[in-house]
Design a protein around this ligand. Sequence first.
Ligand code: F6R
Length: 609
Amino acid sequence: MCGIVGYLGSAEASPIVLEGLRKLEYRGYDSAGIATISDGGIRMLRAQGKLVNLEQRLKEQPLIGTRAIGHTRWATHGRPSEINAHPHKAGQIVVVHNGIIENYLELKQMLQHKGHNFSSDTDTEIIAHLIEEHFKQGGGFELAVRHALNEVRGAYAIAVLCEAEPDLLIAAKHGSPLVVGRGADEYFVASDIPAMLAHTRQMIFLEDGEMVIFAPQGLRFCDLAGTTLEKEEKTITWSPLMAEKGGYKHFMLKEIYEQPRAIADTIAGRLRENEGDIYLGDLKLNTQQLAGFEKIFIVACGTSWHAALVGKFYLEKLCRIPVEVDIASEFRYRDPIVNAKTLILVISQSGETADTLAALREAHGKGGKVLCICNVVDSSIARESDGVIYTHAGPEIGVASTKAFTTQLVALLLFALRLGRARNSLSADECRQKMQALVTLPRLLESCLELDGAIEKIARELSAARDFLYLGRGNQYPIALEGALKLKEISYIHAEGYPAGEMKHGPIALIDEQLPVVVIVPDNATFDKVVSNMEEVRARGGRVIVVTSGQGCRLETACESLFCLPEADDDLMPILTSIPMQLLAYHVAVYKGTDVDQPRNLAKSVTVE
Ligand code: F6R
C-alpha cells in the first residue's frame, strides 16, 4: 500500500501535493518523492524515510511548476531507499504507482533486450520504461499509457507526466484505489479522499480499467481502449478524520474490511500455474536447500504466534516435516536443539519485536537457517533473516492485528506449498488445486464480511459479559486463541481459547448461564466431535455462539446465535473463521466504549524483552 497524489492547476503544485501526501502517510512512510513539470522539463526530488525528510529537501531546493505528482511509499519490491522511492523516470516519462505488477520480471527482461537500463529494484520503474518504449514508437502520450497498461498484469493506480506533452497529467487504475477531485479551475487525483479535502469536496471515483486525462482545459475519462466515459461526480460530506479512516469509525474496522484486498496482494505474482509451484522472490533458498531441512521451528509472539500454530498444520500436512511452535520469549531460554538442518521460521508483522529478534539471533547462533514472514520491508527481522516472505497487508494502524494476521496465514500456506513441492511431498497437480482454492479467498472473505450487521446485533448484549470462552479444534484451535486475544485486547473482557476436546478436563467448571461460549465448528473431519463438545456446554446452560459452515448451518436451533460461513478448502477455513472473531471483538469493544484503535497498555510494536 502506498499513497499517490497529483495536481494540475494554476497554483504552485509541490506544496499542494506535499500536503496531500501528509494525509496519506497512513498508507506508507518509508520514502517519498515529488516530480513537477514546467517548460523547463521534469524536476524530481526524493527522500528516504518519513515525509519530513522530503519536506526539508523541498525547502532547500524548491520545485517549480503548476503540475506535479507525488508518492509516499510502503515498500513491496525493493528495500526502502532513495533509489527505490517514487517517482520513477524513464526518458520523457515520470510515474508514481501504488500496487504490485505481477509480470514485472517478464516485462523487465523484454525491456532490457530493447536497451532499457534500470536504476531501482522496483516493479514501478518497469511501468515508466514501458510507457517510454511505446511513446518512442509515436502516437503520443495518451496512447503510450494505454498500450503500456494493456501489457501489465497486477494491481495499479498510477499518475504519469510526460516531458514532451507538459500540459497533460494522466492517471489510471486497476485494483488499487484512485479518486479524482475537481476544484475551481484545478484538478486533483489521489489514492484517497483526505488528500484533496482541503481543496474540494467534488469527487469522481475511478473504476478498474479506467483512465483520466487532465489538461488545463478540462478532464476526459476513458477506458484502456480509448473509449470516452461519462463519470458521475459526488459531493463528499465526511469530516477530515472520517475521511482518513475511509468513512469507517475506526482504523481497525477499516483494516478488517481491507482483508480481501490485502490477501489478493499477498497472493499476487506468486502462483505459477504452469509449473504447479509457488514463486517467493525473497526466499533465497533453492529447491535443494529447502529439501534438505529435517525439522522446522516456527517462532513468534502474540497474534503472530497464533498464525504459527496454524502454520504447523499446513507444514506437517503438506510437507510431512516435523514442526515445533514456540513463543519467542520462551524459545531462546530453553536451549533449543538447532543445527544446520533446522529451519527456523520467525513470524512478525512489525519485524521489530524484541523477543522475536532475540530468538532469531539465538537460532542463527546455533547454526540454523532463518526465514521470516514479515509485513515491513527492511525491518530488523527482515534484514537479519536469511530469506523473507513479505505479507502485503499494507500499514496496520489499529493496535489489534487483523489484516496482518490473515495475510500471515496466507504467507504460511504459500510457503508450505513451495516447501511441499521442493520435498516432493506434494505433486504439481495437488499444488495447482490449492492455488485454485487460494484465488477464491478474496471473494470468500467478502461474503464473511457480510456477517458484520448480524454480529453487531448480538454484540450489545454480549458486551455485558464478564468472561468468554472460545472453543476450536485442529487448525481452528489457534483461531479460538486469536478470537479470545482480540476480545481481551480491545474490550478488556477476560477471555480464554481452548481446544474444544480439552474443555471437559477443567474449564467446563466455568460454564453457567452467564458465560458466552464461542464454538468454531466448520464442516470438516472433526465436526461431530466439536458438536458433542458444544452439547456439553448447552447441557450446562452456557450461551452458545456458533461459527460454522456447510452442515453446521443447520445447528440454528441448538444455539443462541449462529454465523454461517461459505464452504471452503479446510486449509482456508482458519482465514475465514478469523473474520467473525475480529468483528465480534470489535463490536463488543465499541459497545463498551473502549479505545478500539489504541487500547490501554498496548503498543503496536513491542521492542522491549
Ligand atoms: C495482537 C498483536 C500482538 C502482536 C505481537 C507480535 O493483536 O498484534 O499480539 O502479534 O506483539 O508482534 P509482531 O507480529 O509485530 O512481532
